[in-house]
Design a protein around this ligand. Structure first.
Ligand SMILES: [Zn+2]
Length: 458
C-alpha cells in the first residue's frame, strides 16, 4: 500500500473516516468541511438544511458530493476503522466491522484537495442524500458555475449522463373484519431465502418479490376457502422485499384443503431458490377480512421492468412494503409501489395509469416523493469529461443509471446548469462489505484535476 502513501486525497479520506457523519448526524463533519474551506480561503455559504457551498474566484465548474453516509456497524456509536487489503493485484480499502463511507467520502476528500489547489472553483457539499436526498430537495444556495460535476457514481469506467426519477404510490384501504368461525386451524406462511435487492439498479435481475409471491399463494388459498387474518411484508419502500408473512384460518371441514395446502406450498421453489415455510400457529381473538381487492391490487399493479431501451430498464416499479393495522373492528391495509423512470413523460403516464387502476379497486392513492429524472443532455462538460475518461480507458462507457442521483433534483433547481456524474469504484456500498478500489480513487482524482484544468480552475 506504500504506493498510495503520498496520495493526498487518501490522507484526507482517512481523516474523514474518523469524524462521525451518519445521515442525520452530520454536524461534526459539517464543521470540519467549513474549517477546511476556511483554511483554503474559500467563501462559505450554508443554507438552513445544512448544505455547504464553498467557492473561490470566478468558478466555471462546481464539484458536488454528499457528506452523509450510510453507517452500518457493530458499534452503535460511529466508528469506522479503515483497513487496507489486497485482493489479487487489486488494492482495496474497507473497514473493520462497519461500512467505510467511501460513498461519498472518497469524493469529498478529492473535492477538499481540489478546493485547496484551485483559484476558480465551487464545491457543493449536500446533506442527507442517503435518506431521500433531503439536502438537494431543500437546497437554497446561489451557484455561479454553469456546469456541475456530481462525484457520487460508483464505477470509474462509467460516465453517468442520466439518472432515473421516482415516485411512491401509497395505496390504502379500510376493510371490515369478521369473526372467525369455530373449528378453524391457523396457518402461518413465511417466505424463506428471498434475496432482495436494490429496487432500481437490480430491478432487471428477475429477483422474486416476497410480497407478490406470497400474494399468489394467498389467492389460491382464498379460492379454496381459507380466511385471511394477516398479510404483511417488506423492509424498505426502495428495496425488493425479502420477507412476507401470511396468516390464514382454515375451517376444519376443509381439512383436506389444509393438508393439500401444506404439501403444495412447501414444495414451491422459485427460480432463485426462494421458498416458503408453513407452520401451524394458534391465534387468539383473530378476525379475518375479505382480501380480494388487496390481492387484485397487488397482483395487478405493475412490478419489475415495465419498459426498457437497449437492454436497460427505463421504467420500472417495485412493491416494497405491505402493512396492516388493526383498529376497532376495522383494519387498514396499505402498500407502497415505488416507480422509477429515466423519461419524464413515461413516468407521468405510468403514474396516471396505475393510480386509475388502484382507485378503481377502492384504494385511496397518494402520490408522494416525486422527483424528475435527469435526462441526457449534450454539453461542453460532457464532451470534456468523456474525452478525458475515454483517453484514460478506451473501454469506458457512457451510462444511464436506473436509480436516483442528486443530479435529478438539482437539475430542477438549477435548470440551466449542465450535469455529468463520475466517481471511483465502490463495491457493496451501504454494507459491512463496502470496498473502495484504490487505483480507481487515484484515477478519479486525475479525472477531476484534468477537468478542473480545462475549466480554468488553476
Ligand atoms: Zn452516495
Amino acid at each position: 500500500m506504500q504506493k498510495y502513501q503520498h496520495f493526498e486525497p487518501l490522507k484526507v479520506f482517512l481523516e474523514i473516516c474518523a469524524i462521525p457523519h451518519a445521515s442525520f448526524k452530520t454536524e461534526k463533519l459539517k464543521e470540519w468541511i467549513i474549517q477546511e474551506a476556511r483554511k483554503a480561503n474559500a467563501t462559505i455559504q450554508c443554507d438552513k438544511v445544512g448544505n455547504v457551498l464553498c467557492s473561490k474566484g470566478k468558478p466555471k465548474l462546481c464539484l458536488q458530493g454528499h457528506y452523509d453516509m450510510v453507517y452500518v456497524g457493530d458499534s452503535a456509536a460511529f466508528e469506522v476503522k479503515p483497513k487496507f487489503v489486497k485482493s489479487g493485484n487489486q488494492a482495496i480499502l474497507c473497514a473493520e466491522n462497519s461500512s467505510l463511507g467511501a460513498d461519498n467520502g472518497a469524493a469529498l476528500a478529492s473535492m477538499i484537495v481540489a478546493l485547496r489547489k484551485s483559484r476558480n472553483i465551487e464545491c457543493l457539499f449536500t446533506i442527507d442524500e442517503e435518506v431521500g436526498m433531503l439536502g438537494a430537495r431543500e437546497i437554497a444556495l446561489s451557484l455561479q458555475s454553469p456546469y456541475m460535476l456530481n462525484c457520487d457514481s460508483e464505477e470509474i469506467d462509467e460516465v453517468v449522463v442520466s439518472c432515473a426519477g421516482g415516485y411512491d404510490l401509497e395505496c390504502k384501504a379500510e376493510l371490515e373484519t369478521f369473526e372467525i368461525p369455530q373449528d378453524c386451524d391457523f396457518l402461518e406462511i413465511r417466505t424463506q431465502g428471498f434475496r432482495g435487492g436494490h429496487s432500481g439498479i437490480e430491478i432487471h435481475k428477475n429477483i422474486s418479490n416476497a410480497i407478490l409471491e406470497l400474494a399468489k399463494i394467498a389467492k389460491s388459498l382464498v379460492e379454496c376457502g381459507a380466511l385471511v387474518v394477516k398479510f404483511c411484508g417488506g423492509e424498505k419502500r426502495n428495496s425488493i422485499p425479502t420477507n412476507a408473512l401470511l396468516q390464514v384460518a382454515i375451517p376444519r371441514d376443509k381439512s383436506k384443503l389444509y393438508q393439500e395446502s401444506l404439501e403444495k406450498i412447501s414444495t414451491i421453489k422459485l427460480e432463485d431458490s426462494a421458498c416458503f415455510e408453513v407452520v401451524k400457529v394458534s391465534l387468539q381473538n383473530a378476525r379475518y377480512f375479505n382480501p380480494n381487492a388487496l390481492l387484485q391490487a397487488l397482483l395487478g399493479v405493475q412490478n419489475g421492468v415495465i419498459v426498457s431501451s437497449q437492454n436497460a430498464p427505463i421504467l420500472s416499479s417495485n412493491v416494497g412494503i405491505l402493512q396492516q393495522t388493526d383498529e376497532a373492528g376495522k383494519i387498514q391495509v396499505s402498500f407502497v409501489a415505488m416507480g422509477r423512470s429515466n423519461q419524464e413523460s413515461l413516468m407521468q403516464e405510468n403514474i396516471k395509469k396505475e393510480t386509475k387502476k388502484l382507485e378503481a379497486l377502492g384504494f385511496c392513492v397518494d402520490l408522494i416523493d416525486v422527483y424528475a429524472p435527469w435526462e441526457r443532455e449534450e454539453s461542453a462538460l460532457l464532451n470534456t469529461v468523456w474525452e478525458i475518461v475515454s483517453k484514460q480507458n478506451p473501454r469506458a462507457e457512457l451510462k444511464s443509471i436506473h436509480a436516483g442521483l442528486e443530479c435529478g433534483i438539482l437539475k430542477q433547481k438549477y435548470p440551466s446548469m449542465r450535469f455529468v456524474s463520475v466517481g471511483p469504484s465502490i463495491s457493496h456500498p451501504h454494507s459491512l462489505n463496502e470496498q473502495l478500489d484504490l487505483e480507481s480513487f487515484v484515477r478519479f482524482d486525475e479525472i477531476l484535476q484534468s477537468v478542473l484544468e480545462r475549466f480554468q480552475a488553476f
